[in-house]
Write a new protein. Structure first.
Lengths: 259, 259
């Protein structure tokens, strides 16, 4: 365990891999990506990429290997249940080139839960206790069936409440970076009115990430949020002031306008 | 234009590439993936992969080239607005190795909209008329700013209402496959009770995709949906009967149980 250490560079990255035919068919709408994105941003981990792949072994193995090599952490969701279409543990074991073993503590936890709920400890439930050799359990109190962590890969359930419990469990073990700070200015004009000017500010302050997001406001008028992001509060304040000054200038030039 | 032709093999595949820092930071929750997934399934196109990447040129170019080479179609969302962080058109042009040009019809449409709304036709708005050489416009009545299609890549807006209008516009041009049919049986037992038996059926009928999805029912009891998918209605009916018979047998053996 690394504890909740901060890295020297201050930058910790992550990818999310969502595993499941049901998401790609549209039958189930993913609720995990947005949750994990916001959660990681909050603890100073930069989510850099997300992939959704079907329940197919070669696809899962290729994605696990591509993403774990590239980012500090890879979080997976889905495919760790008791049925034949739950092949995430098998694929992660193959990606790491290690065998899959029944984890003694996972077996114990499953036996306790099964006894408490009057079920039978069968082959399907034993399937949920399999962890790639060298992996550590990622516990959750909701379903009892654990996820696991091996190397920089954290394997979680697809059910949102269970996934969220697993994320809470594993977070104290993760390196976290300097959190990205963010400021939003509501422009009260259209994106097309400020595009060029905003681009000039973005060039001047290339260390600050500036995003522009159109929306319809409470009067159903086309409006824009300008979002600035940086790890350095002083730079962020500087850019915020520059954007505010630009907006005042552009709006004075435009005068009142139809939308 | 290919018209709404069906392919000989009956299988048409697609990937979705979501472009945007705001999705990865969690600030904006994606609403397009689930919509496109369901839409494509409905017209017989198999969505096989989704990626979300940041507003970074090398990432976008690499993803466009990886995905367009692998699937019948690639649909992108996001990054086609008037600001400096909208770099999708630039990246798609680079991925195809062609220049980016102001499309005459796009310029005309933008001029009309700008005149009608009392805005000014400035550099930022001209930015939205740029299309990689050889690309065709994907129109929409909501924002007026068009998306485009080049080769098998369809570039759409990130705003859901605009994206949906673009998807409707482009669909008649797409090859579509034999739609995947699907049947769902509510198991009225827990996933762990039927995992092994369901796996045996899946092995016997390997041409039918069988998925198992746990959920909590109206009595807050752990329950399971078994979803079967095939392009062949006869095979689907056969598997449905096999699953129904298995469920009846397993539940008779289990008897009433606590959850």
């Amino acid at each position: 365990m690394e504890g909740a250490a901060q890295t020297a560079s201050g930058i910790v990255t992550a990818a999310v891999l969502v595993i499941g035919d049901e998401i790609l068919s549209g039958r189930t709408k993913d609720k995990n990506i947005g949750y994990i994105a916001e959660y990681l941003t909050g603890i100073g981990i930069d989510l850099k990429e997300v992939r959704i792949v079907p329940d197919e072994e070669p696809e899962i193995i290729a994605a696990v290997n591509a993403l774990r090599a590239r980012y500090t952490y890879l979080f997976t969701t889905g495919g760790i249940g008791p049925t034949h279409d739950d092949i995430t543990a098998d694929c992660v074991a193959k990606a790491f080139g290690v065998p899959l073993e029944h984890h003694p503590r996972a077996v114990e936890i499953m036996r306790e839960r099964v006894a408490a709920t009057g079920g039978v400890m069968n082959e399907a439930r034993m399937r949920m206790t399999r962890v790639p050799k060298g992996g550590e359990l990622v516990l959750n109190k909701i379903s009892a069936a654990p996820g696991f962590r091996i190397g920089n890969v954290i394997v979680m359930a697809g059910i949102p409440s269970v996934m969220q419990a697993m994320l809470d469990y594993v977070t104290p073990q993760l390196k976290t970076g300097t959190p990205m700070l963010s400021e939003t200015i509501r422009a009260d004009c259209r994106e097309g009115d400020i595009g060029t000017e905003l681009g000039e500010i973005a060039k001047l302050y290339s260390d600050v990430v500036i995003g522009s997001y159109p929306f319809h406001d409470e009067n159903n008028v086309a409006n824009t949020n300008v979002v600035m992001r940086s790890r350095d509060p002083a730079r962020l304040a500087l850019v915020k002031a520059a954007v505010a000054a630009m907006l005042a200038r552009v709006k004075a030039e435009l005068g009142p306008q139809k939308i």
